[in-house]
Design a protein around this ligand. Structure first.
Ligand SMILES: CC(C)(COP(=O)(O)OP(=O)(O)OC[C@H]1O[C@@H](n2cnc3c(N)ncnc32)[C@H](O)[C@@H]1OP(=O)(O)O)[C@@H](O)C(=O)NCCC(=O)NCCS
Length: 211
């Protein structure tokens, strides 16, 4: 159970998350904007990078928005998630490398695989269920769009993300130890999609499609 800093469990369980699902052009600009709030990311994505990665493949850009605590009339984006199709045969070296690393643990043949590429929740809004709501929206969309499995990649040292993916029932399917620094070891995770996944969803969501 997620609890707000004030410990108000009741408010969170009845909360409706406001989600925007964006088309590529506007979505890429929104991603560039929200990534500026993540000082912990070494390399924040630009709109051009997002467009280059997503334009030739099935993809989803979702953001959650919420009111500012001290100015409830102002609504701002607080969390985001970008995912895209990952195919057995990829031309882009980074993606080809990822497919190669996953090939022992994920079946690509005759299956549609979604890669959960980037995402996060702004610090002041963490622990309030925003990332769960986006993940559940991602899974509902993925199932509707014929995907069989979602894969994700993280590092040992991204402890918040690892804990979160655990709660969201992602399974570790591959581990690449880093002999020099265990914090940099890579962890690959996956979640197989099906009706049962949707049945376990908990968030109430109001989704608006833009662009
Ligand atoms: C990881 C992150 C996205 C979680 O976002 P969030 O909006 O706070 O997550 P939620 O509130 O939706 O929590 C989802 C679930 O994960 C759990 N969770 C959240 N943060 C956690 C943490 N630090 N440790 C363990 N579990 C955690 C919650 O309890 C919840 O589980 P529940 O629904 O079963 O109670 C956020 O902390 C973040 O943006 N971190 C930095 C971003 C990052 O590392 N990105 C990876 C770069 S590749």
């Amino acid at each position: 159970m997620t609890m707000s800093p004030s410990g108000d469990v009741q408010a969170l369980t009845s909360m409706e998350y406001r989600i925007r699902q964006y088309g590529l052009q506007q979505g890429s600009l929104e991603i560039q904007y929200i990534e500026e709030f993540f000082g912990e990311f070494n390399r924040r994505k630009t709109a051009a990078e997002v467009v280059a990665r997503l334009s030739s493949r099935d993809h989803q850009i979702v953001m959650a928005e919420a009111a500012l605590p001290d100015d409830p009339g102002t609504v701002v984006p607080v969390a985001y998630k970008v995912s895209h199709e990952l195919r057995a045969s990829e031309a882009e070296p980074k993606l080809a490398d990822l497919v190669m690393r996953l090939s022992d643990s994920v079946t690509f043949e005759d299956r549609k695989i979604l890669y959960s590429w980037i995402g996060g929740t702004r610090r002041d809004w963490r622990g309030q269920g925003f990332f769960r709501a986006l993940t559940e929206q991602q899974e509902a969309w993925a199932l509707d769009n014929g995907f069989d499995e979602v894969v994700a990649k993280t590092k040992n040292r991204l402890y918040d993300m690892r804990g979160t993916l655990d709660h969201l029932e992602f399974n570790v399917v591959q581990f690449e130890p880093n002999a020099d620094d265990a914090r940099e070891s890579k962890v690959y995770l996956s979640k197989r999609l099906g009706r049962a996944v949707l049945d376990r969803h908990r968030s109430r969501r109001a989704v608006v499609e833009i662009g």
